[in-house]
Design a protein around this ligand. Structure first.
Ligand code: SAM
Length: 483
């Protein structure tokens, strides 16, 4: 712990303890918006490989992959990644080869992550690879596990998974109870590794980043540069402030966010958004995000249940909506959504697009225009229409989602930045150059803070903006020469 504190002190950070949260990371100097607060390579990581999609174990790339010829489980994109992973994989390969073919091929990413965690601990223990103040097993030991709070069913599952890890490793002195506890630690400490566009690629355990607590309105954001976790300030953070990131999707109502946090992380959030639970302002916000629209097309009001719970009343114009009528549309949406998601996952984009458009129409009758459910359907339609190369249709849905994003996310949020980026790219494709410049500029203003200025992703975005500006200047010059 002393080593960790001095490593953190050099970066302007310290670990402190709060009675209601446990450990927390606190700044000992001022940080500006966009500053890297901390970055860390994973203690252990695995790609989300499945029988239908695979990624390189070293860099998570998905092209030019070759399987390890011995174990036939792990993939690499080339010799550089294979070499960089070799010390660990040599051990993993040996233990995997001890399993019969079927068992070896059915190992899930979470089991592999635990196996890799133990192999790394062994390599560091044997001094085959170095341990440092921010990269050692004692940091894993210090993570919260919530073992005493989790239910019986979950405990049984962790015990079964621990037995499987034991069967794979076959170490005489291994502690199965400790493995089960480590699964519980992974559940509330591991992070989903995403690419720059926030597509999930794998899972990693970053024991120092895991000291950071959650807020639904955080002052920092966690992004990944390949497998490295990078935490950046999204607002100026003065000395002596707790560093906070968001563990969950924050677009939902207070009840939805609190449910997600309780289920996975076993705590009740009391952040500046959650503290408003039950207040008039929060009730109104929840009714907009997850409630119903007014029957009167001209009214933008939100609805609340009447006192005998038989209808919903618009709080702006007083129109009443019958509960049964709402139930009917909601059940139509539900049954259509089940069918649409099957079409989508089987790659039938034309059929899926028509189904989701019907769902959108139904939701427009049902939900408030700024509802999160309607926003999700439009996000899906945006993705489908991009697959179908219907750029005009995709742009329509992209713009509709941005209106809601602006409301549900803070001004500096990666999802808002990425949506502006998509919008800019579509406008550029459709030769709406001026609009593209505006959207790409908005994207850069956000993403340079959340993603940093020096990454290939931001460089590509800057290049696109330059091209758009050059084209706009050319168009202006050509127009003048015609005058
Ligand atoms: C990734 S750990 C964060 C570090 C943790 N506080 C520790 O002592 O190691 C996640 C756990 O921290 C606690 N936690 C995180 N954010 C919290 C918050 N806003 N309020 C209360 N507890 C929180 C919960 O116990 C949660 O399961």
């Amino acid at each position: 712990m002393e080593d960790l504190q001095s490593a953190l002190a050099a970066r302007g950070l310290t670990v402190s303890t709060l009675p209601e949260k446990g450990r927390c990371l606190v700044t000992t100097r001022d940080f500006s918006s966009g500053d890297v607060i901390i970055s860390q390579e994973p203690y252990a990581s695995v790609p989300n490989n499945s029988p239908v999609s695979s990624r390189c174990d070293g860099c998570f790339a998905s092209s030019n992959l070759k399987k390890c010829s011995a174990c036939q489980v792990v993939w690499y994109c080339g010799s550089t990644c294979q070499k960089s992973e070799w010390k660990l994989h040599r051990l993993e390969c040996q233990v995997l080869l001890g399993l019969d073919n079927d068992k070896r091929k059915s190992i899930t990413p979470s089991i592999r992550l635990m196996v890799k965690l133990y192999l790394r601990r062994k390599l560091q223990g044997d001094q085959a690879i170095p341990a440092t103040a921010t990269d050692n097993y004692s940091l894993v030991e210090a993570l919260v596990s919530h073992m005493s709070d989790i239910d019986e069913k979950q405990l049984v599952l962790y015990a079964q998974m621990a037995n499987l890890v034991n069967l794979i490793l076959q170490w005489p002195d291994i502690n199965i109870k400790e493995i089960a506890e480590n699964f519980s630690k992974l559940a509330c400490n591991a992070h989903t590794i995403c690419d720059s566009e926030l597509k999930p690629l794998g899972t990693g355990l970053y024991p120092v980043v895991s000291i950071i607590n959650h807020s639904c309105l955080p002052n920092s954001v966690l992004v990944f540069e390949e497998k490295m976790a990078v935490v950046r300030a999204v607002e100026p953070i003065p000395k002596g402030t707790e560093v906070l990131i968001s563990y969950i999707e924050t677009a939902g109502s207070t009840a939805t966010r609190q449910k997600a946090l309780k289920e996975q992380y076993l705590f009740t959030c009391t952040c500046s958004r959650c503290i408003k639970v039950g207040l008039k302002e929060d009730i109104q916000e929840n009714a907009i995000l997850e409630g119903y629209r007014c029957k009167n097309d001209m009214c933008k009001g939100f609805l609340l249940r009447d006192s005998d719970n038989k209808a919903f009343i618009c709080q702006q114009c007083g129109h009443v909506r019958d509960k049964e009528e709402i139930r009917k549309i909601a059940s139509e949406v539900k049954s259509l959504s089940d069918k649409a998601s099957i079409s989508l996952s089987s790659g039938n984009y034309l059929e899926a697009s028509s189904m989701y458009k019907t769902i959108e129409q139904l939701q427009m009758k049902l939900s408030h225009s700024l509802s999160v459910n309607l926003m999700r359907t439009r996000e899906t339609l945006l993705k489908i229409l991009m697959e179908l190369k219907d750029w005009r249709g995709a742009l329509h849905y992209c713009r509709l989602t941005i209106t809601v994003y602006q409301r549900v996310y803070p001004a500096i949020h990666p999802l808002l930045g990425l949506q502006y980026y998509t919008c800019g790219k579509l406008e550029w494709l459709l030769e709406e150059t001026e609009n593209a410049i505006e959207s790409l500029t908005k994207a850069i203003d956000i993403l340079r803070i959340t993603h940093g200025t020096n990454t290939p992703f931001i460089k590509e975005l800057l290049l696109k903006l330059e091209e758009a500006r050059a084209e706009a200047a050319y168009k202006t010059r050509s127009a003048k020469s015609w005058d």
